[in-house]
Design a protein. Structure first.
Length: 357
């Protein structure tokens, strides 16, 4: 009978019926397999964790066993176990560049309040959480260790739909922030707020077991202070950015949203002049040339300056406006990767995304 083994940094799983979980030791054995892990040529107690400075080198199995390494989930997947099979997994000290350094050297980033991807067609896809995300850019961010680090900012390629932003407070105390940094971050059921047919916000249980962040993805994310200064949509991207950075979250959070200025800067100045207000971004030269333009209505993290009950959002036609925070719109989670995350391979295209470790 063919079986499949999934090895994470701390557990070994044999997928049969039922699922059996076994702790990894220096030499893990059962009636059907033996697993050994080597780090820099030395027998190890378990796989090194993602971000520990080691990279996957090779895996070999005898007796017809085959294996691959999944960088996104940081696990070895072994198949075709027929009888007694021995697999040897090897890791080595990494000589790969950090993702931030690789992008600064090799990517076509524009320096504009950070290093950003700008334009309609950019190769900024990355495999993260075993799904496609996109890179907004590289920014100096205040981290939980109270120092500023140069970190890569990601945004999920697809939106979570129908979620209410909040009520009449700041991002830090509102519904969506709590949902993203609890249930979504931990890939489990959690409360979230949605806008129902009775034109009001209701609380319900949201199942994030499929869409949420895996433990491996969560380990790659840095907890940071997010810019949440209130702003106006009838202003340029630079003016919006200037007001956004006047206020930050007091706490450190792993998951947020894109800012209104992120959206504004995601189009080239040569296409959409920087004197253009975000409220006029429905032009084909602005929204039509903006890689961050998604389908439908979408929240930003930026509150509206004229009314604390309202938030800036991106309209389906590409302009930025304000609406009540209790409405249910799409939300694309955004995160900052730890500075230790490494570039492994890929060119950022949709069918050849960056692989990170």
């Amino acid at each position: 009978m063919k079986k499949k083994i999934i090895i994470t940094s701390i557990i070994l799983i044999i997928i049969i019926a039922p699922i059996i979980i076994i702790n990894i030791n220096k030499k893990e054995e059962s009636n059907s397999y033996t697993i050994e892990t080597y780090i820099d040529g030395k027998l190890a107690a378990s796989l090194p964790s993602s971000g520990s400075g080691y990279e996957f080198d090779s895996i070999t199995c005898d007796n017809g066993g085959t294996a691959t390494f999944n960088y996104s989930t940081w696990r070895v997947e072994v198949t075709n176990l027929n009888g007694k099979t021995k697999c040897t997994v090897k890791f080595k000290s990494s000589d790969k560049p950090t993702l931030a350094n690789y992008l600064k050297t090799n990517a076509n980033l524009v320096e504009e309040k950070g290093l950003r991807y700008e334009g309609a067609k950019v190769n900024n896809y990355v495999l993260f959480n075993d799904e496609l995300w996109r890179i907004i850019g590289v920014f100096n961010v205040e981290t939980e260790t109270n120092n500023t680090q140069e970190l890569v900012k990601l945004i999920r390629a697809d939106a979570l739909d129908g979620l209410a932003w909040g009520s009449n407070k700041t991002w830090e105390n509102n519904y969506l922030q709590k949902s993203l940094n609890n249930g979504y971050l931990n890939k489990e059921d959690g409360t979230c707020n949605v806008y129902n047919s009775s034109s009001k916000t209701v609380t319900k249980t949201c199942n994030f077991s499929e869409t949420g962040l895996s433990a491996g993805a969560g380990e790659k994310i840095e907890a940071v202070r997010w810019n949440i200064g209130k702003s106006n949509y009838s202003a340029t991207a630079e003016a919006v950015y200037t007001t956004e950075i006047t206020e930050k979250t007091t706490g450190y959070y792993k998951v947020g949203l894109m800012s209104a200025s992120d959206y504004g800067f995601a189009v080239l100045d040569s296409s959409c002049n920087r004197s253009t207000n975000l409220s006029s971004y429905n032009k084909s030269t602005c929204a039509g040339e903006n890689w961050l333009k998604n389908i439908g209505y979408e929240w930003t993290i930026t509150p509206y300056s004229s009314d604390t009950r309202y938030v800036l959002y991106v309209h389906s036609n590409g302009l930025v406006s304000d609406i009540g925070a209790w409405i249910g719109y799409g939300a694309r989670p955004s995160v900052y990767l730890k500075s230790t995350v490494l570039f492994i391979s890929g060119n950022g295209a949709h069918d050849n995304p960056f692989i990170i470790s």
